[in-house]
Structures are given as C-alpha cells and as structure tokens.
Design a protein around this ligand. Structure first.
Ligand code: F6P
Ligand code: MN
Length: 323
C-alpha cells in the first residue's frame, strides 16, 4: 500500500538517482543538498531581510539571507562525508574538507543567487556544480553533475548527472517528486532574457538583439539567473544572455558558481552555452572568482549570437586595419 500522502506512482529524487545507476556517494551528496534546500526555503520565507554588514569578494553587500543560506549548505556538505573540497560564491577561498579525495566529490555553489530579489518577493535559487575528486579549477566539461533549486511560488529542483536533465517539484511533505525526465530545448526559441544595460552592448550583441526583435521574439526577463534559465529549460526554448559590455568585457556572471553548472544542464538538454566566442564548458578557469559573458539556450539562437558578434568584430578590425 502507498504511504499516506504519496501516490505509488510518484518517483522521488533518491529513487530516481538510484534507478539511474548514479554512484552511491553522489546519490548521497545530491540528496544532502536537496535536504539543505528545505532549510534555505524556510529562511527565505521567514528570515531577516536586512544586510549582514559584510560584503563578498565582488564588493556586493551580503544580506543576512546570503550568509544564512551559505552556512546551511556549508554545514551539510561538511558533514556529508563525501566532499573533498568546496567553494562558495560567498567565500573568498576554497574550503578544504577532506585531504583524501578517493571516491569523494568537490562542490562549487552559489547558495542564494539573486538574493537582492527576495525583498520584492521574486524568485531566487541555489546553483550547484559537482566534480569528482579534489580539483575545482577545471573545465566545466568535467563536471559529473550539476543542479539548481528554484524557490518560486513552487520549489523546483533540476539535476543532471550526464544522463539527461530531470525536473522535480516539492510536495506538501517537502519531498521532491519527479515531474519530467529528459527535458529538451528546441533549436530556435521565441523568447529572450537580456541581462545588463543595452546601451553598453557591443555592436555585435546589439545587432543580434535587433534581429531577434524583428523575428518577433518576446522579452521574458526576471532579473534572477535561476528562474530565467528554468524558464528556458521548462518551456523548452529561448535564449538568456548577460553579454560582454563596453568597459566590462567579462560581463557579470561567475563561471564556476553560475555559468558552468547552467551550461552543463542546458547542453544536456540539447541547448548551447557560449561566451559569444565559444563554448562556456571549454573555459578552464584561472581563478575561482572568474567571470564570463554568456549566451545560453536554444542552439541555433546561440549560434546566431556568435555569428553576429564574429561578423561585427571582423568588420571592426578590417575598418581599423584600413585606417
Ligand atoms: O549574479 C546574480 C544575478 O542577480 C543573477 O541572478 C542575474 O541574472 C544577474 O545577477 C542580474 O544582474 P543585474 O543586477 O546586472 O541586472
Ligand atoms: Mn549569484
């Protein structure tokens, strides 16, 4: 007989991971992160909205909620017994947990992305990138798993261990149940989420946006990276970009905590993620807090952005060479 409140047809996160033959320690790690998210939800719903009085490495003021979400995840990972190294967007350095890397994982995470949206009650999320062993400074292609949890009107968890992208939704018992397996993003979309200030876009990005607008693509931008990517994955189409800006050639978003895990998920769903010059997952970070511009979502739309950027740069260099 099914347990009360549970349909016997529901597949929860642990069962899904097990049935997908995910390695035991990785199952444990992903489930521990899912557990931590329940405490993070609670702090978002009822916690202090004020500032913590500290700032992170990027000079951004930390909210009490940023610090709390960081602490919740950090403690959980620390006690999981399967983590070698971890690093958080809210910390300055890699945090070593176990010198013995055998059979363990290293985790990069953004505990509460978009936290400045909490006071206006918009959606925020947690982003996670997982590597096997000790090394966190490697190409995103080597991730063994990536996931995010979106705290919106409902709580959504999306993960991949390299075998498709799967969506879970939290039920009234705070369990994550499978909604959709093997999410796919179609090659061309009809929505766009443009980050950064348009008057600072380079000519290539501006020409790309104009082309999208002529095509009748609709603007769908929330200001939060997790809900914006979730929209593309679950609608199965669209493009998000936070491009290189004039005077800000690396854009805003952080490679290890934000871009690599989302690029992994989107590629797993048949989409693409590019800096405008090549795949995000091919970048090898030199330092932990590296940033990169990003164009991510439907494959043909990302390729079109790359084409406009390349063509415009070629034109500019030909012009410069001609004097
Ligand atoms: O890195 C955090 C973040 O808040 C993302 O969630 C979002 O996509 C982006 O920054 C928004 O940036 P801006 O504040 O420049 O619009
Ligand atoms: Mn962030």
């Amino acid at each position: 007989m099914a347990e009360p409140g549970k349909s016997k047809f529901q597949i929860d996160l642990r069962r899904h991971l097990r049935e997908s033959d995910v390695e035991d320690n990785l199952v444990h790690l992903i489930c521990e992160i899912a557990e931590a998210s329940k405490y993070i939800i609670n702090s978002i719903r009822t916690g202090d909205l004020g500032v913590a009085g500290t700032s992170n490495l990027y000079g951004e003021q930390q909210l009490a909620l940023d610090v709390l979400a960081d602490r919740i995840l950090r403690k959980r990972l620390d006690h999981s017994r399967v983590v070698a190294n971890m690093m958080s967007e809210e910390e300055d350095e890699i945090i070593p947990i176990s010198p013995d890397c055998e059979g363990k994982y290293s985790v990069a995470y953004d505990p509460l992305d978009g936290s400045s949206l909490v006071d206006v009650n918009l959606a925020v999320g947690t982003i996670i990138s997982i590597f096997s062993g000790c090394d966190l400074l490697q190409s995103g292609r080597n991730q063994v798993a990536a996931m995010y949890i979106l705290y919106g009107p409902r709580t959504t968890l999306v993960y991949s261990t390299g075998n498709g992208v799967h969506e879970f939704s939290m039920n009234h018992l705070m369990e994550y149940n499978l909604v959709q397996e093997n999410i796919q993003i179609c090659p061309q979309g009809s929505l766009y989420s443009p980050g950064g200030q348009r008057n600072l876009y380079t000519p290539g990005t501006e020409a790309f946006v104009q082309q999208l607008e002529q095509r009748g693509v609709k603007l769908r931008y929330s200001g939060g990276f997790v809900p914006d990517i979730n929209q593309i994955l679950l609608k199965g189409q669209g493009i998000f970009f936070y491009p290189h800006l004039q005077q800000k050639p690396k854009g805003k978003l952080r490679l290890l905590f934000e871009l690599s895990p989302m690029a992994y998920l989107v590629e797993q769903a048949g989409g693409a993620a590019s800096t405008g010059h090549g795949p995000i997952l091919d970048l090898v970070p030199e330092h932990i807090h590296e940033r990169a511009p990003v164009f991510i979502g439907s494959k043909a739309d990302v390729a079109l952005a790359e084409k406009f950027i390349r063509d415009m740069e070629t034109k500019q260099s030909q012009k410069a060479a001609a004097g």
